[in-house]
Ligand binder design. Structure first.
Ligand code: NDP
Length: 241
């Protein structure tokens, strides 16, 4: 039986590439989405993934989604916490709602989703958890106190859960993408994107598949000794120690 992977935000952008990359390696994939039905149905018909609607910011919604996936597909072996949002603004203007929405969707979601799968992984003595953080969680970013805090929080979460899980055959790692061409970045003004590209030694934005390739490696048996790690995939824009 092939292993079962859950990818949050798995029907669009980086997540869709992760879904495709895992399917190409022989995994069965459950892709979670929030509201974009059209992208979800397109992903299901084009990739063969099963799609499930859930709100990763909501504890019960995550628990219900995992219960449904496990009853329809089987136990979850791999979890990729990829769903995320931005609500940018300088702190002196940031509304409370923007703070909470970004923290809950990017960071609390990791607790919600991991909490729903971790006991089963521990019992079965196998698991792969990959958390999609961000370059801006490593270096901070003007206008993103909420997002930078959430993404940095994911790195601490990753290391703590990695320590709790290593002896049970479960690895927990984070990936920090640089700027990747998706709907999230296409929402940014072109002049801002041009100035960012000038700061990237590789002189281009990344492709979603370049993040998916790292996920596929971390999910594999070859990565069994990699845990608690932060994998930086950013064209050299920020070279973290
Ligand atoms: P997109 O905006 O293209 O896609 C976001 C995905 O997350 C969508 O599938 C969306 O679902 C899903 N989602 C959003 N909110 C929720 C929610 N509450 N519950 C469930 N699913 C939700 O994002 P990207 O592909 O660009 O980004 C993916 C991840 O990579 C994010 O965590 C992002 O922070 C991170 N990242 C992205 C970078 C970039 O340059 N693009 C750089 C660094 C990190 P739906 O389709 O239903 O709306």
């Amino acid at each position: 039986m092939s292993r079962i992977a859950v990818v949050t935000g798995g029907t669009r952008g980086i997540g869709r590439s992760i879904t495709e990359g895992l399917i190409a390696e022989g995994y069965q994939v459950a892709a979670l989405y929030h509201g974009n039905e059209e992208a979800a149905q397109k992903c299901a018909s084009e990739t063969g993934a099963k799609v499930y609607k859930a709100d990763v910011a909501d504890f019960q919604s995550c628990a219900d989604a995992i219960a449904k996936i496990e009853s329809e597909m089987g136990p979850v072996d791999i979890l990729v916490n990829n769903a995320g949002i931005t609500k940018d603004g300088m702190l002196h203007k940031m509304q409370e709602e923007s703070w909470h929405a970004v923290i809950e969707t990017n960071l609390t979601s990791c607790y919600n989703m991991c909490r729903a799968v971790i006991a089963g992984m521990r019992e079965r003595k196998f698991g792969r958890i990959v958390n999609i953080s961000s370059i801006n969680g490593q270096k901070g970013q003007l206008g993103q106190c909420n997002y930078s805090a959430a993404k940095a929080g994911m790195l601490g979460f990753t290391r703590a859960l990695a320590q709790e899980s290593a002896a049970k055959g479960i690895t927990v790692n984070a990936i920090c993408p640089g700027y990747i061409a998706t709907d999230m970045t296409s929402a940014m003004p072109q002049e801002v994107l041009d100035s960012i590209i000038r700061q990237i030694p590789a002189a281009r934005m990344g492709k979603p598949q370049e993040i998916a390739d790292m996920v596929v490696f971390l999910a594999s048996d070859r990565a069994a000794f990699v845990t608690g790690a932060t994998m930086t995939v950013n064209g050299g824009q920020y070279m973290a120690a």
